[in-house]
Design a protein around this ligand. Structure first.
Ligand SMILES: NC(=O)c1ccc[n+]([C@@H]2O[C@H](COP(=O)([O-])OP(=O)(O)OC[C@H]3O[C@@H](n4cnc5c(N)ncnc54)[C@H](O)[C@@H]3O)[C@@H](O)[C@H]2O)c1
Ligand SMILES: [Zn+2]
Length: 364
């Protein structure tokens, strides 16, 4: 088992990563002295795949758990679903001594975390993420929240979990496209911090998760280390944490411009990273050979769905309302080399328009 610390003073916590760890959840909660009465927030689909092992482990450790089920999918990441969670917590007489376990992908993690942040002004919670994206990204760092009709993640709170328990074996049931979605984020971590990690993703991803469980675990540990270190230094995204947005300035806009229907988050970020590399080479910040190396790693993960039919004006429109647009300039995270990126705050609108036009044309 690997233990990675998120160092945030009194709100510090550890992330445990290990194959088979789900079966140790109860024991771990006892060890961390977190075990009290427990409410597991999850979905039917996830519970039918992995619920029994979680519940058995809690029972074996002498812990009593109740379940709260939420509907599956991004469209249910709403205040209405969170209100449903509040009502269920009330019916089950949750108190500040109740421990919430968020058991699911990023959607459930964000919602359960937000419910835990706000019910009775805060219940302790633990993340047990079940998708690759959640294991290496969303379950770490304490960003919780829900969507509004006018935009994603507009309501939420920074609220840190008490622990994160990551079992990579849970990914064996994940749809291949969901796995790839997470792999693009792993590529992102490689580019921003670690050439070795980029190498590992590139060499091994085709063997995940069935044929090389050790390599998958190792990759997850490296990603978690990077995210934990960045969050420890900048919990509230004042500056450093922005490096995690590599590929996201254009990626988010692609997702929004296609109404979140065409690309998974990771795929949109894949396109976003390739476009960021093009900007970086155009500005002479990145050697074209390095750009080609990163692009190859991104494309090796899988074929990205084409942005066919998308116009640059549609994408730009979404970028203008983004918080990455300040004083008529876009803020981009641009690589300098593999393992190092810069936050560039003065990218002109015209340069982005030009880039989008040529990219959307070439990729369609
Ligand atoms: N809080 C953060 O810092 C942060 C960071 C990145 C993304 N997010 C959020 O995360 C969400 C996306 O998360 P996601 O990609 O995990 O999607 P998701 O939670 O919707 O899960 C994707 C699908 O996988 C299924 N699934 C989950 N675990 C499974 C398993 N082990 N086996 C088989 N199927 C399984 C789910 O039922 C779902 O259908 C978005 O809402 C995004 O805003 C949050
Ligand atoms: Zn992302």
């Amino acid at each position: 088992m690997n233990t990675i610390q998120v160092a945030l003073g009194r709100r510090s916590y550890s992330i445990r990563v290990g194959n088979g760890l789900l079966g140790e959840t109860g024991a771990l909660l006892n060890e961390l002295e977190l075990a009290k009465s427990i409410i597991v927030i999850s979905s039917k689909a996830i519970l039918s795949l992995h619920g029994e092992r979680l519940l058995r482990s809690l029972r074996r450790a002498g812990l009593d758990a109740q379940l709260v089920l939420v509907p599956e999918g991004e469209k249910h990441k709403t205040l209405a679903t969170v209100e449903g969670i509040y009502r269920s917590l009330a019916r089950r007489r949750a108190s500040r001594k109740t421990l919430v376990i968020a058991f699911g992908g990023g959607v459930i993690g964000d919602m359960a975390g937000f419910a835990a942040a706000s019910y009775l002004r805060g219940l302790p919670y633990v993340q047990v993420p079940t998708t690759l994206l959640a294991q290496i990204d969303s379950a770490i760092g304490g960003k919780t929240g829900v969507n509004l009709p006018s935009g994603k993640n507009l309501v939420g709170a920074f609220y840190q979990p008490r622990a994160v328990i990551v079992d990579p074996l849970l990914l064996s049931t994940l749809a291949p496209r969901e796995l790839r979605s997470g792999l693009y984020e792993a590529v992102k971590y490689g580019v921003i911090r670690s050439a070795e990690l980029l190498d590992l993703v590139e060499r091994k991803h085709a063997h995940f998760p069935q044929r090389d469980k050790r390599a998958l675990e190792q990759m997850i540990v490296e990603c978690v280390r990077i995210k934990a270190e960045i969050v420890s230094q900048d919990e509230r995204e004042s500056e450093l944490r922005m490096v995690l947005n590599y590929g996201h300035t254009l990626g988010h806009a692609l997702e929004a411009a296609t109404r979140y229907q065409r690309f998974t988050h990771g795929e949109a970020i894949g396109h976003g990273m390739i476009m960021a590399n093009q900007l970086a080479t155009e500005f002479n910040r990145l050697d074209p050979l390095d750009a080609a190396r990163i692009d190859a790693a991104i494309r090796a993960v899988g074929t990205l769905p084409q942005p066919r039919g998308l116009r640059s004006s549609q994408v730009i429109r979404h970028m203008l309302s983004d918080k990455k647009f300040v004083d008529d300039r876009f803020r981009f995270v641009l690589p300098r080399r593999v393992g190092q990126v810069d936050i560039v705050t003065d990218v002109p609108v015209l340069a982005v328009q030009r880039l989008l036009r040529s990219y959307l044309h070439a990729e369609s």
